[in-house]
Design a protein around this ligand. Structure first.
Ligand SMILES: CC(C)(COP(=O)(O)OP(=O)(O)OC[C@H]1O[C@@H](n2cnc3c(N)ncnc32)[C@H](O)[C@@H]1OP(=O)(O)O)[C@@H](O)C(=O)NCCC(=O)NCCS
Length: 173
């Protein structure tokens, strides 16, 4: 059963932070240093998300299962100067227990609608090269590999890859 996807409200900051930190820990254990993952703090992310939620330029959506926020995604104007793309999926995280139930697809659908509202008509996303499940998800959605670049997270340098959709009509959700 697919839960409700809705635009996030200011009041969702703490719930989004909780999903953010919990899913970073399960997703990146083995990819990022344990000390770094241990150091992630719900409170600090809650403040960050409060700022993002107050920023008109960022669209944030949550997926609920019952009354619990189990996933979120955000997007907006492409922010790293990737000339060929104007829209970007900034982040998408689904709690481990809620994965493979369609929340991810529902959230991407919402973000693409948000990008269209902003007048954007394509989308790029960055993902760690070694995050195979997420790469499979973007490939399933029709994302086309764009390029690889290094990224520093905490104290480590990893590789990230991008997937692009030349038109939002090509996003298979
Ligand atoms: C990647 C992620 C966003 C996908 O969301 P989801 O709700 O689990 O995925 P959905 O149920 O919408 O899946 C849609 C389709 O994508 C593909 N897919 C999703 N997860 C997959 C996986 N782990 N392996 C292979 N294919 C996958 C499947 O084709 C799936 O359809 P199916 O379940 O009918 O086979 C989610 O699993 C997640 O948050 N993962 C951890 C955090 C993360 O890596 N975020 C991305 C950072 S860039």
């Amino acid at each position: 059963m697919i839960g409700l996807v809705r635009p996030a409200a200011i009041d969702d900051a703490a719930a989004i932070a909780r999903v953010h930190v919990a899913s970073w820990r399960t997703t990146y254990s083995g990819l990022l240093p344990a000390e770094f993952l241990d150091s992630l703090d719900d409170e600090r992310y809650s403040e960050r998300w409060l700022r993002s939620l107050g920023d008109e330029a960022t669209r944030v959506y949550v997926a609920e299962d019952g009354h619990e926020v189990v996933a979120f995604a955000s997007g907006g104007r492409e922010r790293a100067g990737e000339g060929d793309y104007s829209g970007e999926l900034y982040a998408i995280y689904v709690l481990e227990k809620a994965q493979r139930q369609g929340h991810g697809k529902g959230l991407v659908r919402a973000v693409t609608a948000g990008l269209r509202e902003m007048g954007l008509d394509d989308m790029i996303v960055w993902v760690l090269r070694d995050n195979s499940p997420a790469r499979a998800f973007y490939e399933r959605l029709g994302g086309v590999y764009v390029r690889t670049q290094p990224i520093t997270i905490g104290s480590v340098v990893l590789q990230e890859v991008s997937y692009g959709w030349r038109s939002l009509d090509d996003v298979r959700v």
